[in-house]
Ligand binder design. Sequence first.
Ligand SMILES: Nc1ncnc2c1ncn2[C@@H]1O[C@H](COP(=O)(O)OP(=O)(O)OP(=O)(O)O)[C@@H](O)[C@H]1O
Length: 462
Amino acid sequence: MDGYSVHKVIGEGSFGRALLVQSRINRENYVMKEILLPKTQSKMANTRREAVLLSRMKHPSIVAFRDSFEGDGHLYIVMEFCGGGDLLQRIQRQRNTLFSQETILKWFAQMCSGTMHIHDKRVLHRDLKSKNIFLTDDGTVKLGDFGSACVLNSAKAYAHTYVGTPYYVSPEIWDSKPYNNKSDVWSLGCVLYELCTLRHPFQAPSWKSLIMKVCRGSYPPLPQHLPYELHYLVKQMFKTNPKDRPSLHTILTSHRVAGLLHRHLPNKESERRTGRWRREEGEKVASLLGQKTLITSSTLEGLEICVAPTEAPAEATAESSTNREHRGPRRQWAPGPSDTALQVLANTDLLSSGSLATTGQTHSENRERRRWDRSPPEKLLRLLEKAQLSTAFRTYSIHTEGEDPLVGPLSRGGRDDTDGPTAGQTEDEERLQPRSDDEDTDFEEDCPCDWMEELEQMSMDH
Ligand SMILES: Nc1ncnc2c1ncn2[C@@H]1O[C@H](COP(=O)(O)OP(=O)(O)OP(=O)(O)O)[C@@H](O)[C@H]1O
């Protein structure tokens, strides 16, 4: 604390205060989060997690970590100050003037690149929203607030408690399904929609209507003047089945919108993301190709075409299939509705009008899609009614099991407990079906990150 002088309090969050401070060493301004440390060891480890995770995220589109320390029962996290404030404030300042297409694409490309960096490190942000995305003085966006983030590994990837902001959480959360990378994609879709329209995609007069709209993925269309690629992307990001949503990797490489986004990415990254070969790689491959005969074979699924040299291909093809085997069975979304609170459902007026029939939610072959033709259970709605809908923009722990589904910032013991029981693992027969981004859904445990162990060790040390 000695190294900083406090200018002012810039805000109060659920965790404590955010202060604008100046370093006594370099005279730069920073934000210092002051977080009250909980008494129990496990909760303390959770609180420290934000500092550890942020310190690991070094990326131009993520708020930079500078320092962290503890004193007087508080944890202090010092990070880059973003002078442009948060994106929510920026959107509100627009009033009715829409952002230009270039601005939308630039900011969205930066968000995607930051989120992909997080996902590459097998971390989920879990509270992506315009309020947690910041603008620098030069108009660059940066993801911040890792207070809800979690690290995925096999034991911890699936939890029965989630954190999130009701207006931004994906159908699977209300549906009591595991949270994964595609749930962050949904939230990012909400932010993209806000950038395009200055409105939230799922505005609703009641909790019931909010949950129904989210779970059916029904939102007013984007303005006509926006390019087809953005319309298409939003539609994809709001697919109710997470497997059908594109991953960040897909959005930045092979999605139709990738071409519009990539010119807004830093050069190096853009090259990598669009899969363009670098010269040296090209030369290596070209010389290999020059020496070998090409064979072309299509895989059984008809999804991949392997073009490979005669010697290398056998290895390459064998490797890719054994890799899959080594990865073991994929976790599966239980077919059909779960027996959780949200699915103790009864037909309601909302849908008796038959509107579902026009929502285009059809069963594809061999594939049971969840249908939101029912309403949330009375119990959940009763509990939610106690909370004002206006609070749905705040970060909550969402318990999809138990008595109290929304544990808000002021609730007792409200901090997230990420590490729920591990979901059972079963073979997923759908994984090779075309049209879904299944391959990019979930994180699997075939390449454990060394720093996760370090993180766990740090938690135990404290
Ligand atoms: N790096 C930053 N640069 C500039 N302003 C920031 C930064 N981090 C946070 N703020 C601002 O500080 C205030 C407090 O933010 P913080 O994220 O700590 O809590 P919150 O988002 O308001 O609440 P909660 O964490 O409960 O959702 C907000 O107004 C936010 O815009």
